[in-house]
Design a protein around this ligand. Structure first.
Ligand SMILES: [Zn+2]
Length: 109
């Protein structure tokens, strides 16, 4: 059995800020099942579980044009992540993703 030593504080690899346990911001995903620890100074992600939900949340933050839209984009991304084939993706989700990311194109030039 592996023993893990827990530390009370650590330095952020980005801004070198000393962060202790209580200061770490837990960023919860829209699905609320995964959490990431974020540096309180610079918002660098320091660790945590990364699953589809977290990926979708981070991607949606980049893709959404307004804060209100993030949830819709997360849902569209999750829809796409869970689909086995393009036909399984809800039309509205597909439309939103197309709009934000642009339709996939292959360029051979
Ligand atoms: Zn930092």
């Amino acid at each position: 059995m592996t023993e893990v030593n827990l530390v009370d504080s650590a330095k952020c690899p980005h801004c070198r800020e000393e962060v202790s346990g209580e200061e770490l911001n837990a960023l919860e995903t829209a699905m609320a099942e995964e959490t990431m620890l974020v540096c309180p100074e610079c918002d660098t992600i320091l660790g945590g579980a990364m699953g589809d939900g977290m990926f979708a949340s981070l991607a949606a933050t980049q893709l959404a044009e307004e804060l209100d839209e993030i949830r819709d984009v997360v849902e569209a991304l999750m829809d796409a992540a869970e689909a086995d084939q393009p036909d399984d993706i809800d039309d509205e989700s597909l439309e939103l993703l197309d709009d934000r990311m642009g339709a996939a194109e292959v360029n051979i030039n």
